[in-house]
Design a protein around this ligand. Structure first.
Ligand code: DX5
Ligand code: ZN
Length: 219
């Protein structure tokens, strides 16, 4: 069985002690740290920006998986790179030129991700699949943690997994939103490699991070 990676979203962490929560995630078996950046415009919520990410960098050596829900996104890429992002994921709707934004992230030697909202079809990303490191499938409408998993996005994962093997490509498939102990299995069966989880990791089993990560990874 392939190895599933977990990218816990710090959106569900305690914002008064983010550094400590990140250290606990590392000790509990997280593979990377999912950082949700929201601008109150592309999505109806506001979170953190580069200075906070920079200050968190020293708490872990795990990769920072930075999910940018900001529009326009292109002009801020370098700031997130400088702040310590390792993977930079953007939504194609938020840039004038997807290829240029991919090139910029590559030129900064960071991994590139493209994110698809529940209503965004695969074809918007299809021509870039050989140029990116991951595709982030949103299984909720971005903006908030704790929402219900949208089942219909599963068919996009099946389709992407098929394209990946047919075209012998290497991008990872990551899923974000409403992942719990049941939906994680559905997503993994469909072809997902990386699970993002906020609520389940931080709140299930009285916040036992290690246990929750273990169950999600199916180990
Ligand atoms: C939603 C964010 C998600 C969210 C996931 O806009 O992109 O990363 O925090 O949270 P849960 O796991 O609670 O759905
Ligand atoms: Zn996210």
């Amino acid at each position: 069985m392939k190895k599933i990676q977990i990218s816990p979203s710090i959106l569900s962490a305690d914002f008064s002690q983010l550094g400590e929560d990140i250290k606990r995630l590392e000790k509990s078996g997280a593979d990377m740290i999912h950082v949700d950046v929201m601008d109150g415009h592309f999505v109806p919520n506001l979170t953190i920006g580069p200075p906070v990410i920079k200050s968190l960098r020293k708490y872990t050596s795990l990769p920072f998986d930075v999910h940018l829900m900001i529009d326009p996104v292109h002009k801020y890429i370098k700031d997130y790179s400088d702040a310590g992002a390792d993977i930079i994921t953007f939504h194609p709707e938020a840039t004038k030129n997807t290829q240029e934004t991919i090139n910029l992230i590559n030129s900064l030697s960071k991994k590139v991700g493209i994110s698809l909202n529940p209503d965004t079809e695969i074809n918007i990303a299809e021509e870039y699949l050989d140029k990116i490191d991951l595709i982030l499938i949103m299984s909720v409408y971005p903006g908030f943690g704790g929402q219900k998993f949208i089942n219909r996005v599963i068919k996009k994962i099946v389709e992407l997994d098929k394209i990946r093997s047919q075209r012998k490509l290497n991008f990872k498939i990551e899923i974000d939103g409403g992942i719990n102990f049941e939906t994680s299995k559905i997503a993994i069966d469909a072809g997902v490699d990386i699970l993002v989880s906020g609520t389940t990791v931080f709140k299930e089993n009285n916040g036992d991070l290690k246990k929750n990560i273990k169950i999600l990874k199916q180990i």
